[in-house]
Design a binder for this molecule. Structure first.
Ligand code: CMX
Length: 460
């Protein structure tokens, strides 16, 4: 029974229910059906429409970070400035209606989101469970990776460690080994899929080992439990397995944060590196280092630090006026308000709203002073940012909300928050890696210009 799902969601769910009672397929079997159709679609685009114009390139694009320039193919999701993200046409609310949850849970899980991103189809519950088991069976880390992580200084930023671990896992790359053997181009995607699933399966153990080494050295780490979903295992290995609400929050956060079309810095970096036929591990490691910048993924760490500083300065009696003053203080000191603004969005981020809704259903969260402060800041900040007049989007993005809930449940180490984002974003970046190989996309090579060359072109 679906709540108020959109037309796209009802249609997808209907198609899905037609095979709901048929045999359970693996994600690879479904992809084998979908890939030829997509390959045909691309062939038609190339033969029939290759000269169609999608927009103009202006000087503002070249000097303005290519904002809004339509120049990349990205299959799994499209971001609308006003509505927010849609995964194969489905909004976050649609996904919450139709994607299977974990046993005993209500929130979308990473496996059902991954299935949707990869195939454009809604998995049945049995298919989701089967994918969970498939991932859990490959979830342990090779010994050399454990040794590598254990040898790193605990003061090294967790994101640097995550990128190193992911890059070193390319020792296992089936894609790279097959390439060296000399496989055909039309076989690339199958090895890309295997690597992507292997990497996703190991990310929880990798990320949890970093957490253990940095924050709880010497503590035992649980093994991967084959009966748990990916995020259930992640929460368990982080030491929060008995906290049902935090596990559910992580499930929701990781699923809805999994993809945000292709132009954002981490997705784009991963896509660019993958286009050289570097394997999925190297490609995603590169994406992680883009995510580690404060204007991108590191913002969730910055938001909480900033909100807690505000809480300290304002004391017990926090009012809208005192928050307004504090916002102006940040802006006047030349800093950005972390968690606000976006390169594409021009409305409050629906991911922020979904996380707020999660809080609204839990009284303990609603009573938490830092959760209350995030809410109150949202009531004031858009007007202040409008008055400030610089940002094109005065509304919160997902990072404005993500950290305070983690903090409430006891995951208090801000520096670790971007790692959770990194575990999540692998869903979308690795999905596109598979699609880029399935579609035979070429190496990326846009044209750059010097300022003299731009002026010359303008004169001509
Ligand atoms: N506070 C203050 N000023 C802001 C601002 C904010 N939150 N957001 C944008 N601005 C400023 C920009 O710095 C820029 O100023 P200059 O002209 O002096 O360079 C101006 O407004 C125009 O920027 P914009 O076109 O609206 O935004 P961009 O596309 O250039 O940047 C983003 C987008 C997210 C980097 C920016 O809004 C920002 O720095 N936000 C705070 C950090 C943050 O929350 N990042 C997370 C984003 C989500 C994610 O990628 O994970």
């Amino acid at each position: 029974m679906f709540r108020s799902s959109s037309f796209a969601a009802r249609n997808l769910a209907k198609t899905c229910s037609q095979r709901r009672f048929a045999s359970t397929k693996t994600v690879r079997e479904v992809l084998e059906e979908v890939v030829p159709k997509k390959q045909l679609q691309l062939k038609q685009l190339k033969t029939e429409h290759s000269q169609a114009v999608l927009g103009e390139v202006k000087v503002e694009h070249v000097v303005g970070g290519m904002r809004g320039l339509k120049s990349m193919l990205w299959e799994a999701s499209v971001l609308d400035p006003l509505e927010g993200i849609r995964f194969h046409g489905l909004s976050i609310a649609d996904c919450q209606n139709v994607l299977p949850a974990a046993p005993g849970g209500k929130e979308i899980i990473a496996e059902s989101m991954l299935w949707l991103l990869l195939t454009g189809k809604i998995p049945t519950e049995a298919e989701t469970r089967q994918l969970s088991r498939q991932l859990a069976e490959k979830g342990e880390l090779p010994e050399y990776i454990e040794k590598l992580l254990d040898s790193l200084p605990p003061t090294l930023h967790p994101m640097t460690q995550l990128g190193m671990g992911v890059a070193a896992l390319n020792h296992e790359s089936k894609f790279q080994a097959a390439y060296e053997r000399g496989i055909k181009k039309n076989e690339y995607w199958q090895y890309a899929l295997e690597d992507s699933l292997d990497l996703l399966a190991r990310l929880p153990a990798l990320a949890a080992r970093i957490y253990r080494n940095v924050y709880n050295p010497g503590q035992p780490l649980p093994k991967v439990n084959k009966d748990l979903d990916l995020v259930g295992n992640y929460a368990n290995m982080l030491g929060f397995g008995d906290n049902h609400d935090l596990t559910e929050y992580l499930r929701l956060y990781i699923a809805i944060h999994g993809d945000h079309e292709g132009g954002n810095a981490s997705a784009h970096t991963s896509h660019l590196v993958g286009s050289t036929l570097a394997d999925p591990y190297l490609s995603y490691a590169a994406g992680l280092y883009a995510l580690a910048g404060p204007l991108h993924g590191l913002a969730n760490q910055e938001v909480l630090r900033w909100q807690m500083q505000m809480q300290k300065e304002l004391g017990d009696n926090i009012t809208h006026d005192s928050i307004r003053e504090s916002l102006w203080k940040t802006l006047k000191s030349g800093q950005v308000v972390p968690g606000y603004g976006h390169g594409v969005l021009r409305n409050p981020d629906p991911r922020f709203m979904a996380l707020q809704q999660f809080c609204d259903t839990r009284p303990s969260l609603l009573q938490d002073p830092i959760v209350q402060l995030v809410k109150k800041t949202y009531e004031v900040a858009p007007a202040v940012l409008k008055e400030h007049g610089k940002t094109k989007n005065p509304y919160p993005n997902v990072d404005a909300a993500s950290g305070c809930v983690l903090y409430h449940y006891g995951l208090t180490q801000f520096k670790y928050y971007t790692v959770i984002f990194g575990v999540s974003r692998a869903l979308g970046c690795l999905t596109q890696y598979v699609w880029s190989r399935a579609l035979g996309l070429p190496i990326e090579r846009p044209k750059s210009l010097s300022m003299d060359a731009i002026e010359k072109l303008i004169k001509e």
